[in-house]
Design a protein around this ligand. Structure first.
Ligand code: C2O
Ligand code: CU
Length: 430
């Protein structure tokens, strides 16, 4: 980890074990080998890419496409993915964004594994215990690789089937500044008969938030970051989906076949039913902090055994020897940033505060945190479980989680240009 950034270490070299829990090397915190229920090979390639829309960009593919194949599993299944690097000079990895995999499968180059060099491969294995909407992406020089298309959706459906709900993924991405949905541009029609219920899984793979709203029918915010919202009421508000975050929207399509549009930033839409003209963004914004109905948490945040501050700032200085205007964590420049040390079983509280002049979508690896408060105002709605949360400039959030996944985990900004400018810290188990 000599450099900040999401990876950037040497590719494909043999490595000494990295640090982990109670002296256990991270690369030993893994699922043992064995048969898998979902088993696939993903081949990463750099070069000219033809999007589903027909547009040609410079970028990356997995098995010849970007986004890469959607990985679908049923809750409880074992998932195994062999990543092969065909020609990506900088090396590649796969990180399972939002999935609490064993640390050795987290795909963080320089922390949990070395990047996979050309001709090399790495096998990821994890048990798909949590149902929900997630995604995967390279975590080696991630800004250009994710911008260029090295990602795909990961959907785990619940053991009890979704009934006759139509299940659609809307993976949105900016390729060279243009908004796409599943690689397509403009209006993207989706399946769904009049009167049917659809679940639209919005995945934001950008470096900034995307405003999502639904024209033609109300929606229910069924899940955030792969966790169900309890008691969501129908809404017509706009919803900000954080960079790296996911939102599952449930919509009952009108029985008369009238058009419905899931608007993604106003530039692209997933459409159902008869044609409907683009709808303007509603002025009101849904706030998950006060949406849905409260429910018991599986732990007591008031009984926290560790409390940390993660204060984001910005100042001129030398970052690892390079002069510039850099992000700081608790006033420090990389690499002099906090290592948040926990013990398995700890209830951890973290106060994340942004005084840096810019929005940061903060992403914690390996754990799901519940949002307790924003700017000191306590949550009143459904438990809001998150792995990716916007922290606006001049604002703060308080989160809590249980340290239940030993290893060494990143906690960084998911505007992927920012980790390379110092906005990274780590969580380590003692
Ligand atoms: Cu989606 Cu550390 O990344
Ligand atoms: Cu940032």
């Amino acid at each position: 980890m000599g450099t900040p950034d999401l990876g950037g270490g040497p590719a494909g070299t043999d490595h000494a074990a990295h640090g982990g829990a109670a002296g256990i090397p991270v690369d030993q915190l893994r699922e043992p080998p064995g048969p898998a229920d979902v088993d696939l090979i993903l081949v990463a390639r750099a070069g000219r890419v033809t999007l589903a829309s027909g547009r040609v960009v410079d970028g990356f593919t997995l098995n010849g496409t970007t986004p890469g194949p959607e990985i679908r599993a049923v809750q409880g299944q074992m998932v195994q993915v062999r990543l092969v690097n065909e020609n990506v000079a900088e090396g590649v990895t796969l990180h399972w964004h939002g999935y609490d995999v064993p640390a050795g499968d987290d795909g963080v180059a320089g922390v949990t594994q070395d990047a996979v060099g050309i001709g090399g491969s790495f096998v990821y294995r994890f048990r798909a215990d949590q149902a929900g909407t997630f995604w995967y992406h390279s975590h080696q020089v991630a800004d250009p690789q994710v911008k260029g298309g090295l990602f795909g959706a990961l959907v785990v459906t619940p053991r009890e089937a979704l009934g006759d709900t139509v299940d659609t993924t809307a993976l949105t991405h900016l390729y060279a500044g243009r908004r796409t949905v599943n690689g397509l541009e403009g209006d993207v029609p989706a399946a769904g008969a009049p009167g049917q219920r659809v679940r639209v899984r919005v995945v934001n793979t950008d470096n900034g938030p995307v405003q999502v709203w639904v024209g033609g029918a109300p929606y229910r915010l069924a899940a955030i970051d792969g966790t169900e919202v309890t008691g969501p009421t129908p809404s017509t508000d706009s919803l900000a989906v954080t960079a790296g975050g996911r939102a599952d929207l449930e919509i009952d399509l009108p029985a008369d076949g009238a058009g419905v549009r899931v608007e993604l930033g106003g530039a692209s839409a997933v459409t159902f039913g008869r044609p409907l003209a683009p709808t303007p963004r509603p002025a009101a914004e849904l706030d998950p902090l006060h949406h849905g109905t409260p429910a018991a948490l599986p732990f007591d945040p008031a009984a926290a055994t560790r409390s940390f501050d993660y204060v984001i700032g910005r100042r001129p200085g030398f970052l690892d020897g390079t002069p510039g205007l850099w992000w700081t964590v608790n006033g420090h420049l990389w690499p002099d940033v906090p290592m948040y040390v926990v013990r398995k079983g700890d209830v951890v509280r973290m106060h994340v505060e942004n005084a840096s002049g810019e929005l940061h979508p903060m992403h914690l690896h390996g754990h799901h945190a519940v949002v307790l408060a924003r700017d000191g105002v306590p949550a009143t709605g459904s438990p809001w479980w998150t792995d990716s949360i916007d922290v606006q400039d001049g604002h703060s959030v308080d989160i809590a989680f249980v340290a239940d996944n030993p290893g060494l985990w990143m906690d960084h900004c998911h505007n992927l240009a920012h980790p390379g400018e110092g906005l990274i810290a780590h969580l380590m188990y003692e």
